[in-house]
Ligand binder design. Structure first.
Ligand SMILES: [Zn+2]
Length: 425
């Protein structure tokens, strides 16, 4: 095991709590992870700084909000000129912190996988969409701001496709393309230091590989990337989120177990598709094998196994879920209104939803949603939806699911507020 000057507090060795407890630290700090190597944490995201004889290599730059703090932290450690920046992918928390460096007069080359450029162009076209879905995902009331102007992006000046070797001051840094949470990922092996900067490929939770609101993820390629990381035998891994991982055996095990969990979900999903099952039947069979699932570092705190399966279904099949009426469905409001009517009124439906809230929360959510949508002008349906979805969110450990349930709560709260306003005016 590497003799590092960092304290055990900086090493990821266990834990509990939900995603916010684990990752949203509010802390900003630079830890010397190895000689001439710093691991910088900026609240919930990390980046790495490697000092070389040619100058400084930054792997990621963090968020726009933390950028100046991050630069100051690094500048307290080293005054080596910024020589090269590599983006592990083009997400907002990793590739948007370059500005203060440029304003300070640094002129680094910026390297990324070629799909980062494509991603930035897509962001420019879909800023309102991304603003909305991320607000839902993270439970933020106001729509967050999303970059859309050309000068808000740090456009790479060097792109690559599969692999790129950098020689910085006589030292070798290997860049490998990967697909996982994104199609534009890069992980970096600092070969002469035997350190990997892993981006978001390994972050101590079940991979975010099925995100309900976002574009295609790549579970099989993700497993390939984790196996490739395991194969280099690095004894320090600096992740894009969470604490650093120390020890070649530990890194190898976490990579291989996480990859095996992804492969199990892929195989179960494909088996279901091949057997002609419909989506719902497939999802009911998805289970991470117990010998893998027992490991805390694949806890489904962010994404869920069945969401990953849905993403695989989308990759290999079409969008039709197998129920005939769902092919060209009646509008949801109309269906809900009909159910309210058949139930004999919104009160009966809401009462049954409350009755089922603890014993069958999934079914209760259907009834509550029908109550709110089928009788949109009644307080009863919305009050029921708030109660049932709030309870569901409270019991849910995956942030992706919690965000969507809490969004249902907010929607009904807004409907009630609008009713109050209409009454008082
Ligand atoms: Zn990230």
């Amino acid at each position: 095991m590497r003799e590092g000057p960092h304290s055990t507090d900086d090493i990821d060795e266990s834990v509990g709590g939900d995603l916010f407890d684990r990752y949203f630290t509010g802390e900003h700090k630079a830890v010397k992870a190895a000689p001439r190597t710093w691991f910088i944490t900026a609240d919930y995201v990390n980046l790495a700084a490697y000092e070389t004889d040619a100058g400084l290599l930054l792997v990621d730059t963090g968020t726009a909000e933390s950028a100046e703090t991050v630069r100051e932290l690094i500048r307290k450690e080293t005054d080596a000129p910024l020589h090269t920046v590599v983006f592990t992918h083009g997400h907002l928390d990793h590739a948007f912190g370059l500005k203060p460096w440029l304003e300070a007069g640094e002129r680094p080359r910026v390297i990324a996988h070629e799909n980062v450029v494509r991603r930035f162009r897509t962001y420019m076209r879909t800023a309102p969409l991304n603003s909305h879905i991320n607000s839902v995902q993270f439970g933020i009331d106001e729509n967050i701001s999303w970059p859309h102007k050309v000068d808000e992006f740090a456009w790479p000046d060097t792109v690559y496709q599969d692999r790129l070797t950098l020689n910085l001051g006589g030292e070798r840094f290997e860049l490998y393309h990967a697909k996982g949470e994104t199609d534009d990922a890069t992980w970096v092996w600092a070969a002469d230091r035997n350190i990997v900067s892993g981006g978001d490929l390994l972050m101590g939770i079940l991979p975010n590989c099925g995100n309900p609101q976002k574009v295609q993820r790549y579970p099989e390629d993700w497993a390939d990337a984790l196996e490739a990381i395991a194969s280099v035998g690095a004894d320090l891994l600096l992740p894009g989120h969470g604490k650093l991982v120390q020890g070649a055996d530990v890194i190898r095990e976490r990579c291989l177990v996480t990859a095996a969990a992804l492969r199990a979900i892929v195989e179960q999903t494909l088996a279901g598709l091949n057997a002609g099952k419909n989506h719902e039947e497939i999802l009911a069979t998805i289970e991470v094998p117990a010998d893998l699932a027992k490991n805390w570092y694949i806890d489904p705190l962010y994404d869920r196994p069945e969401f990953i399966a849905r993403n695989i279904i989308r990759k290999y099949g079409g969008w039709w879920n197998g129920w005939s009426a769902e092919l060209m469905p009646a509008p949801m409001h109309q269906r809900a209104a009909e159910i309210v009517k058949l139930a004999g009124g919104v009160e009966a439906l809401a009462a049954r939803a409350r009755e089922l809230k603890d014993s069958d929360p999934a079914l209760a959510c259907h009834l509550a949603e029908w109550a709110a949508l089928g009788a949109p002008d009644s307080r009863e349906g919305h009050e029921c939806a708030i109660e049932v979805f709030e309870a569901r969110a409270e019991d849910e450990i995956a942030l992706m699911a919690r965000g969507i349930y809490n969004h249902a709560v907010r929607r009904s709260e807004e409907a009630l507020e609008a009713m109050d306003e209409a009454q008082s005016s």
